[in-house]
Design a protein around this ligand. Structure first.
Ligand SMILES: NC(=O)c1ccc[n+]([C@@H]2O[C@H](COP(=O)([O-])OP(=O)(O)OC[C@H]3O[C@@H](n4cnc5c(N)ncnc54)[C@H](O)[C@@H]3O)[C@@H](O)[C@H]2O)c1
Length: 283
């Protein structure tokens, strides 16, 4: 029996190749879950440009790749996590089409607006907080309500997994909104874990360190300039030097932890903020 057989999982921000969302979806589908990939689908405003987001076409390619490699059931839905209506629609449509909603992974995030605190605009702050913290709050609220209803009807407990960051635990200079939003995500995780526990629903956060995704590559370009690194290898060597296990993280490192947290094996784990950082972060 596969570890997530019979579970239906929604993952936000999962429409980008090489992203953590793609890897998590791949891991879930390989373990037998029905997976609903969601992403914003189209560019929107000055920062959510086509080169920073998962377009509808890219999300369909991600879905096709996962179906081909796992033989699993993978659906796609557009969802801008800044929109409560979009979130309500995804929750309702998932339950209608697949019979339940058992796992939500709040993965969508904006992490590439890097500048000093004194230059950060209120529009930039609002965008980052709206995507990284308000969206997960709204998803937890509406998916949590659906999971409570399922629990009352006798279905096994739900799982909510928040993709936070190393920046949820330590200061990340020039990332004031990102680091603040990810620290906030731990408060959201702990509070919703306590409130949803009586219904058998667990809520946990995962805190990866650097992974070279689309978002990670943008951070590399910025940090590279700051340390005078001119090549990808130099910036990765700089990052690796701080990691006890001697390599930067891979998307699959995070995906494996998410599979565990989504599985029945993690039934007694809730309110955690689990580092996936090769020992770089230990608290
Ligand atoms: N890559 C890293 O180093 C790293 C480390 C720690 C945590 N994270 C977190 O992992 C998550 C995934 O990031 P990634 O590195 O895979 O980058 P990514 O760019 O591949 O994924 C981010 C996704 O969020 C989506 N998104 C942005 N705004 C959205 C909105 N309004 N509605 C819906 N979707 C939206 C994008 O379209 C994109 O698909 C993020 O929350 C990020 O903060 C990444």
């Amino acid at each position: 029996m596969k570890r997530l057989q019979g579970k239906v999982a929604v993952i936000t921000g999962a429409g980008r190749k090489k992203g953590l969302g793609e890897a998590i979806a791949q891991g879930f589908a390989a373990e037998g879950a029905v997976v609903v990939l969601t992403d914003i689908g189209a560019a929107s405003g000055p920062h959510l440009t086509a080169d920073n987001i998962g377009t509808t076409a890219e999300m369909e390619e991600v879905a096709a790749g996962i179906r081909a490699s796992t033989g699993g059931s993978v659906a796609t839905m557009t969802c801008d996590v800044r929109s409560e209506d979009d979130i309500k629609r995804v929750v309702a449509d998932t339950v209608k089409q697949f019979g339940s909603l058992d796992v939500v992974v709040n993965n969508a995030g904006v992490g590439y607006i890097m500048k000093p605190l004194t230059e950060f605009s209120i529009e930039e702050w609002d965008l980052v907080l709206n995507v990284n913290l308000r969206g997960p709050f709204l998803f937890t609220k509406h998916a949590g309500a659906a999971m409570i209803k399922q629990a009352q009807a006798g279905r096994r407990g739900g799982r909510i997994i928040n993709i936070a960051s190393q920046a949820a635990k330590s200061a990340a200079p020039q990332l004031i909104a990102y680091s603040s939003s990810k620290h906030g995500m731990i408060g959201l995780t702990r509070t919703s874990a306590v409130e949803l526990a009586p219904h058998g629903i667990t809520v946990n956060a995962v805190c990866p360190n650097h992974v070279t995704t689309g978002l990670g590559a943008k951070q590399n370009a910025f940090r590279g300039k700051a340390i005078g690194a001119t090549t990808h290898e130099e910036i990765i060597a700089f990052r690796t030097a701080k990691i006890p296990l001697g390599r930067v993280g891979l998307a699959n490192d995070t995906a494996k932890v998410c599979v565990f947290l989504a599985s029945d094996e993690a039934a007694y784990v809730t309110g955690e903020a689990m580092n996936v950082s090769g020992g770089e972060e230990m608290h």
